[in-house]
Design a protein around this ligand. Structure first.
Ligand code: U5P
Length: 207
């Protein structure tokens, strides 16, 4: 699996703000929004483009646009904070939704919501989830997409743990990963270490 880590200073500064336990929810959401813009920008570097004629105030020239804007799929609840920034850069994209809760005893995901187009053949997909921990949630989500015919999945996350990367790698699914950091590992509650805590709670408060 292709893994791309964005080591840009502006991305790393947003990540640090998100890691800091003193950062309040509003500042956490703002940093996630800005960081998502950078993740999407990097992920889109390899997207195919098409040329089309455009008239400037001076003359005619050739313009550029995405040939096939991707479907955006935020994984609820934590991925919700990435949705608006991604749609801002990709205004022609459609958005689907997958809702997953992690069972805190088995650490396996439980799907509670799925709103996706039935046929994803030929459509690239950008999956938005800030945390790749055990990888159970993202494997589940990407399998839903592959089952609908998707063959081109890019996962955007803020933090990835080696165990999650291994799991996605072994899944055999057609995906690549764009992230801001690969952290040391997981603790006994399967939280990423050093991590940033619970990305849903940090954005929206504890449930
Ligand atoms: N999660 C966190 N912080 C962590 C680890 C996991 O918020 O340190 C949440 C995220 O909401 C993410 C899900 O969507 O758990 C991924 O866990 P997993 O299925 O990769 O273990």
């Amino acid at each position: 699996m292709d893994v791309h880590v964005i080591d840009h200073p502006l991305a790393q500064a947003r990540l640090t703000a998100m890691r800091d336990a003193r950062t309040d929810s509003a500042s956490f959401r703002a940093a996630l929004h800005e960081l998502t813009t950078m993740l999407v920008y990097e992920a889109a570097r390899s997207f195919p483009v098409e040329r089309y004629p455009v008239q400037t105030p001076v003359t005619g020239t050739q313009g550029t646009r995405l040939a096939n804007p991707p479907l955006l799929v935020p994984v609820l609840r934590a991925g919700l904070g990435m949705a608006d920034a991604a749609l801002g850069l990709l205004p022609e994209s459609s958005m689907g939704f997958v809702g997953l809760a992690r069972d805190e005893a088995t650490f396996e995901p439980r799907a509670y919501m799925e709103s996706l187009p039935p046929d994803l053949a030929g459509l690239p997909v950008l999956v938005l989830d800030p945390m790749l921990a055990t990888g159970g949630s993202l494997e589940h989500c990407c399998r839903l997409l592959a089952d609908r015919g998707c063959t081109d999945i890019t996962v955007l996350c803020v933090l990835a743990a080696p165990a999650g990367i291994d799991r996605l790698d072994r899944s055999g699914l057609p995906l690549r990963l764009v992230t801001t950091a690969i952290d040391e590992g997981l603790n006994d509650r399967r939280f990423i270490v050093p991590g940033l805590g619970d990305a849903g709670d940090r954005q929206f408060g504890g449930m």
